[in-house]
Unconditional design. Structure first.
Length: 163
């Protein structure tokens, strides 16, 4: 198994702590199966949609779960008792598919129609994380230059010596 050295990335980034675990999980992911097939679509700048082909599954046989930034889609097909097949070519096997979500991506809802499970996602960036302008030289801020700092230090030393 290949290893990735992320040291150069960490030299110039701040707060990407989850990245190493996401890359590690992607390297360990079982890519041998492509079942069920899916699409990921960018609808707008902060809106996404995942479509998973789940033909033959009912809503009660599907489960969606989000935990620690990972969306998990599970399908468990119930056994059909009493049916006798001459040929069974349609695969109704159970599955589990995981999607790593970026920070601030939330699941808005899901819909099952015509054999497609459609999951709506939206990236909601908190107000404190959005870009903002920082004013320079506002009246409320005080700039200390070297001569002010020296005078303050001398005054404090005189007070301590007098006490």
């Amino acid at each position: 198994m290949a290893t990735i050295d992320l040291t150069p990335l960490y030299r110039s980034t701040i707060g990407f702590d989850r990245m190493a675990s996401i890359l590690d999980a992607a390297m360990r992911a079982d890519t041998s199966t492509g079942y069920p097939p899916y699409n990921i679509e960018a609808l707008e700048e902060n809106r996404y949609q995942i479509s998973v082909a789940v033909a033959g599954f009912d809503e009660k046989e599907l489960e969606l779960e989000v935990e620690r930034g990972v969306l998990t889609v599970r399908g468990r097909k119930t056994d059909e008792e009493g049916k006798q097949y001459l040929h069974k070519g349609i695969a109704f096997r159970s599955f589990e598919r995981k999607f790593n979500l970026a920070d601030y991506v939330q699941v808005e809802g899901a819909n099952l129609k015509n054999g497609l499970l459609v999951v709506e996602l939206r990236k909601v960036i908190p107000e404190q994380m959005k870009a903002r302008r920082i004013p320079i030289g506002e009246a409320g801020l005080r700039t200390i230059d070297a001569s002010d700092a020296n005078q303050t230090n001398l005054a404090n030393q005189d007070k301590q010596a007098a006490a």
